[in-house]
Design a protein around this ligand. Structure first.
Ligand SMILES: Nc1nc2c(c(=O)[nH]1)N[C@@H](CNc1ccc(C(=O)N[C@@H](CCC(=O)N[C@@H](CCC(=O)N[C@@H](CCC(=O)O)C(=O)O)C(=O)O)C(=O)O)cc1)CN2
Ligand SMILES: [Zn+2]
Length: 759
């Protein structure tokens, strides 16, 4: 029998129960026991939804982050949290979120660095290693959950991050070669873990090794040999699990490692499935990820069954079916979306529906298509409806996109000319201070938005309340003495969803939440058709802020590449074409803002870097069209309009030329956690335009001191001429409280004054 299994299920809950349980616990509204009870209830619910699968994932659930969980399983915590008072749970959240001195009875704990999980919008806590790092098994969480899973009636398949991927995710201090830890330090602990799982009667363990879809140096390829030969004696069967892409040149190695089975991403790696079938030794299971775990479109089940039939004939029971990757990256359940347009709704599948698709595939493989004739007919109707729908195609938009020429992306004059004109117009001091856009999204703001959405308050009251918030943000910034103000983004639920809601060709959901990090979620809008801007989207709010102050004010937009990368987008045309349609729409918004007297405009491209393909060989093609899309959006303005862009979690070493080609007058980037090292490349490359290196880690409640900021900026001034430096936080302040923001920005403004005097 072909088996059906799942790689991971969303843990946030259909109504974000985990988010609320966590935030109540952090606010000390509930106890640790209450938090753990809520978490157990969510796990039980998830297993219930997967009970009839042949194997269900265990250990995919996490209170904050599954990489941090793995670090705990390996007894691998940063030194700075060792030996503090409190429980393991306290330590866990200290690493996740950082802690102020009062909370830990110590001098404060810096949060672990957070970075994006491969090419997704999920962020994990980076494990830190150095020479002398040791690991020791702490398997309690996993062991307990296996027991729990069994009592929930499922056959547990523990999920762990494989040793090579784990080390690859680690960041080493002082240039230490982290692979040195593999053989003697790390693998023995993995060995013990697998022994324990075998003792518990576990049949299969899912060992996630997604780095196998990236280009690996020889030492990393060798690490796979070392690792899996050393773990070969394990009494449990290992399913070597790869996802987020094709195996490429790692294919033969992945097929031949001494494990019992291999999972491949048959969506992104479709073209190499035949080669995998050929190469796979005859005793191994092949798990094919045929349901897309990265988008929300229904699977064309008939097409998949036709494709699988000969493979099933060849492999028989050795063929398993699964989603391409963990379902962490899609919303939980479409059933909650009762308000959606019925036609478009019929094209969609969220995590729960994807498991239904999996069941249909299993039944069809094992009992023939007649056993699921109705389901297959329904599915075929939906697929045909989407393909033929006139709502997807807009000839006007296609025509405009065809007419794009390189001139559309050219500014009037080069940066040096623009910079002079802008300096004359804006009259900013050296080390100008600004923020990245958002100010705290308070409970009041969110409540007002909810009340408006539920039609409990009028449009007028909503607008007045948001304008009052904008005025509040402007007045606070004036009091702080910031040089370039922003309107604060009170009216935006999210920097991408907000635009999705207003553009034609987009659909948005009510509960389509996906975890971004910890308790924070996003609701990616669904881009299903050609994109058109029906009218101005931001002008009313920003022009209002403009009218409130004599200070320079920066208008705020999200760029096309970020909108693309943080939406669920169509799979029926290249991403590039969608990006250009978005670019044309946002370009009109830029011009409308300029016409409304907004002479500084920031176009956020926070996700430009994360959209890089996992394989370097595909980078340049992506960068070429991504930067073109930005240039089309930004560069229609006159010389005196100053264009800013912002990027977070950015390492620019390899893409600095492309960043320069964006030609933004000012770029603000995250640097505070990496102590300005990120600027080295800007220095080496002699990046010509202005830079605002972040001086304040906005992800942590800790408040940076004036001295810290001066010291960071002095490091920056060693690398970039002071005349081209700006002073700003790492990112937007929407997740912070005003009580944290005000003292932090006071210190930032004071630091800038000190720097001006010193300079
Ligand atoms: N799309 C996206 N990706 C991103 C970022 C980003 O800003 N956007 N930033 C980086 C880090 N990731 C982040 C992701 C989310 C959040 C965040 O703050 N999310 C909010 C939700 C934002 C939102 O859409 N809020 C809505 C809905 C609010 C809400 O929860 N309403 C409740 C009720 C609210 C109440 O009673 O308090 C309901 O509808 O039931 C709104 O403001 O309108 C959260 O999880 O809390 C922050 C950073 C990288 N990726
Ligand atoms: Zn940011």
């Amino acid at each position: 029998m072909a088996q059906a299994h799942n790689l991971g299920f969303p843990r946030i809950g259909t109504r974000r129960e985990l988010k609320f349980a966590l935030e109540d616990y952090w606010k000390q509204k509930t106890t640790a026991d209450e938090l753990l009870t809520s978490a157990a209830a969510l796990r039980a619910q998830n297993w219930h939804a997967q009970a009839d699968l042949d194997l269900a994932p265990v250990g995919d659930f996490s209170l904050y982050d599954h990489v941090l969980d793995m670090s705990f399983t390996l007894g691998h915590l940063p030194e700075r949290v060792q030996g503090l008072k409190g429980s393991q749970l306290d330590d866990y959240f200290r690493v996740a979120r950082g802690r102020s001195p009062a909370d830990c009875g110590c001098s404060g704990v810096a949060a672990g660095e957070m970075t994006k999980w491969f090419d997704t919008n999920y962020h994990y806590i980076v494990p830190e290693v150095a020479e002398g790092t040791e690991f020791s098994l702490n398997s309690q969480r996993l062991v307990n959950q296996i027991t729990e899973a069994r009592s929930a009636g499922v056959t547990p398949k523990p999920v762990i991050i494989g040793p090579v991927t784990y080390l690859w995710l680690c960041k080493a201090r002082d240039g230490y070669e982290r692979l040195e830890l593999l053989e003697r330090r790390l693998l023995p602990v993995y060995g013990q873990l697998l022994e324990q799982l075998a003792d518990l009667g576990v049949d299969w363990v899912q060992v996630d090794e997604p780095v196998l879809v990236t280009e690996l140096d020889a030492d990393w390829k060798l690490a796979f040999e070392t690792a899996y030969h050393q773990l070969k004696g394990s009494r449990t069967k290992l399913l070597l699990t790869t996802y987020f892409g094709a195996l490429g040149e790692n294919l033969q190695q992945a097929c031949n490692l001494p494990v019992a089975g291999l999972h491949v991403d048959a969506i992104r790696g479709r073209q190499e499935v035949d080669a995998v079938v050929d190469w796979l030794p005859p005793h191994k299971v092949l798990s094919m990820g045929v349901i897309n775990g990265r988008n929300i479109w229904k699977t064309d089940l008939r097409a998949v069954l036709e494709w699988l039939a000969p493979i099933h004939d060849k492999l028989g029971d050795r063929l398993w079916v699964a989603p391409s990757c963990s379902l962490l990256h899609v919303p939980v359940d479409l059933a909650l979306e009762t308000g959606l347009d019925p036609e478009i709704r019929s094209w969609l599948a969220f995590a729960t529906q994807k498991l239904d698709e999996l069941r249909v595939l299993r039944t069809a493989l094992n009992h023939g298509t007649d056993a699921v004739a109705t389901q297959l007919a329904d599915n075929a109707r939906a697929i045909a409806s989407r393909r033929a729908s006139t709502r997807v195609h807009n000839p006007n938009v296609k025509e405009q996109a065809q007419a794009i020429t390189p001139e559309l992306g050219e500014r009037q004059s080069p940066y040096s000319v623009r910079a002079e004109k802008q300096a004359a117009a804006l009259k900013l001091p050296h080390y100008p201070t600004t923020t990245i856009g958002s100010f705290p999204q308070t409970t009041d703001i969110r409540k007002t938005r909810l009340a408006y959405r539920k039609q409990e308050i009028s449009h007028e009251l909503y607008v007045t309340t948001m304008k009052a918030e904008i005025e509040h943000a402007v007045r606070e910034q004036e009091k702080l003495g910031l040089d370039v103000l922003v309107h604060g983004e009170a009216e935006r639920n999210d920097m991408v969803e907000y635009f999705g809601e207003q553009l034609e060709g987009y659909l948005f959901t009510r509960f389509g939440w996906v975890q971004s990090y910890g308790s924070r979620c996003v609701k990616p809008p669904i881009l299903y058709g050609d994109i058109q801007r029906p009218g101005p989207m931001t002008v009313e709010w920003i022009a209002y802020a403009r009218s409130l102050t004599d200070k320079p004010l920066k208008g705020m937009l999200t760029g096309p590449v970020t909108i693309l990368n943080w939406s669920f987008v169509r799979d029926d045309q290249p991403r590039r074409d969608t990006a250009f349609q978005l670019a044309l729409a946002i370009r009109q918004e830029v011009l409308d803002l300029e016409a409304a007297g907004v002479n500084i405009i920031q176009i956020d491209e926070a996700a430009l870097r994360e959209g890089l393909p996992l394989r370097r060989s595909q980078w340049q093609d992506y960068l070429d069209w991504a930067v073109d899309a930005f240039r089309i959006t930004a560069n229609a303005v006159s010389d005196t309009t100053q264009i800013h862009t912002h990027m977070c979690y950015s390492e620019f070493n390899d893409i600095i030329r492309d960043i320069a080609r964006m030609d933004a007058d000012v770029i603000t980037i995250e640097t505070s956690r990496s102590a300005m090292e990120l600027l080295d490349v800007f220095e080496e490359f002699r990046y010509p335009n202005e830079i605002g290196p972040g001086v304040y880690d906005i992800h942590s409640p800790n408040i940076p001191s004036r001295e810290q900021i001066v010291s960071l900026m002095s490091k920056a001034a060693e690398r970039v001429p002071a005349e081209r430096l700006w002073v700003n936080p790492d990112c937007g302040l929407k997740t912070r409280q005003w009580e944290e923001v005000v003292p932090a920005l006071e210190n930032m403004v004071a630091a800038a004054k000190e720097l001006r005097q010193a300079g």
